[in-house]
Ligand binder design. Structure first.
Ligand SMILES: *Cc1c(COP(=O)(O)O)cnc(C)c1O
Length: 357
């Protein structure tokens, strides 16, 4: 559905995305960077964001061919790697739209069509997709036997890089180096996501990092980095101000009662816009420079904030997420999830506006 009169707007600061890209490259001392723009660039708008950062990155990545098609239709020309699994149904799409496939199983060598470019994916400990280290020799032979396909890269993925100090990151890095000894002539090698790039100085980043969240201004785990700047500021307005009496209950299941006579603000956003219902009675929003508590259960389309004795005006600006308000780390901490999920949960009811600041 088209947002003619959106109830809330996510301001996307493209200049911040550029700054984050160069900061994270510098931090990892990496020459190249792959921008991960899957899931509509974590709700930041894949085509818009990618158009802006395209010249600053070496490669792009998406989760599936449809996301790749969307970028190509939007005029993006940089190489696009698809992380997901190629099938007979999608094999032709890789070729037609010039998408780079991921080969993570021996069957993929015969599924892909002549001339398709691919990266090999090895499982060094993530346990999701990819060849096992002991298959390296066999995979090399398959690659050599399938000259009709173009091997343009090889990668792996960390399971525990979100926060610093994981020995398993070192183990995976070592396993990958072993695998690489079989593939001396592969042009692109990559393994580090945002967590590995920003939290681990001493591991080999192989000349190219992959970043989604870091580009958008967040680290992936508990550790927050000041040198990253959140790209999104989500704002709405007070839809209505209501007088409330002491003891009055608010929202479904009456989980909150007003401690005093005062005022209540109703906001036109709810879990249908991507606010976790688990943040009910926990979330704080910023209005006129002050944080106010969200009260009662978050509903699908609306939620309430307690204003105490302050009768703010209807229409007042409310910062939901980012800027001086709570950021996605704060949301994730209180909702018991990660920043990725907070951002991808935002729905297209939220209207993205692009700025350069
Ligand atoms: C999603 C994904 C990334 C990006 O992770 P961030 O934490 O956002 O940097 C990198 N590599 C793979 C394989 C992914 O699936």
């Amino acid at each position: 559905m088209k947002n003619n009169f959106p109830n809330s707007v996510a301001e996307i600061n493209l200049a911040a995305a550029s700054r984050n890209l160069s900061s994270i490259k510098e931090k990892a001392a990496s020459e190249k960077v792959l921008a991960v723009v899957k899931c509509n660039a974590y709700s930041h708008g894949a085509v818009h964001l990618t158009k802006h950062i395209e010249k600053e990155v070496d490669l792009l990545a998406v989760a599936n061919v449809d996301e790749g098609i969307e970028l190509r239709m939007g005029g993006i020309t940089k190489p696009i790697l698809v992380f997901g699994v190629p099938t007979y149904e999608t094999a032709a799409v890789y070729l037609t739209h010039n998408l780079t496939a991921t080969i993570s199983h021996t069957t993929h060598f015969s599924i892909l069509m002549d001339g398709t470019s691919y990266h090999l994916n090895f499982d060094t400990g993530m346990g999701r997709l990819g060849f096992l280290p002991e298959q390296a020799g066999e995979v090399r032979q398959l690659a050599v036997a399938n000259q009709r396909l173009i091997c343009s890269g090889i990668y792996s993925h960390y399971a525990t890089a979100d926060d610093p100090g994981s020995d398993f990151v070192i183990t995976q890095n070592d396993r990958f180096k072993q695998i690489l000894s079989h593939f001396s002539e592969v042009p692109l090698i990559h393994m580090s996501n945002t967590g590995a790039a920003s939290n681990y100085d001493r591991i080999d980043h192989f000349g190219m990092i992959r970043t989604g969240l870091g580009m958008l201004g967040y680290n992936s785990g508990e550790t927050r980095h000041k040198w990253l700047q959140p790209v999104m500021t989500w704002r709405t307005n007070l839809a209505q101000i209501r007088a409330i009496n002491k003891g009055m209950a608010v929202s479904y299941s009456s989980t909150w009662r007003s401690p005093e006579d005062g005022f209540l603000g109703t906001l036109p956003v709810g879990y249908g816009d991507g606010i976790p219902r688990s943040l009910s009675n926990k979330l704080k929003v910023l209005i006129n420079g002050n944080l106010y508590s969200q009260v009662g259960n978050v509903t699908m389309d609306m939620m309430m904030v307690y204003l105490g004795s302050e009768k703010l005006s209807a229409g007042a600006d409310v910062t939901m997420l980012g800027s001086e308000g709570w950021n996605a780390h704060d949301w994730a901490d209180h909702a018991g999830t990660n920043v990725h999920e907070i951002l991808t949960n935002l729905t297209n009811r939220v209207d993205n506006r692009y700025v350069m600041k």
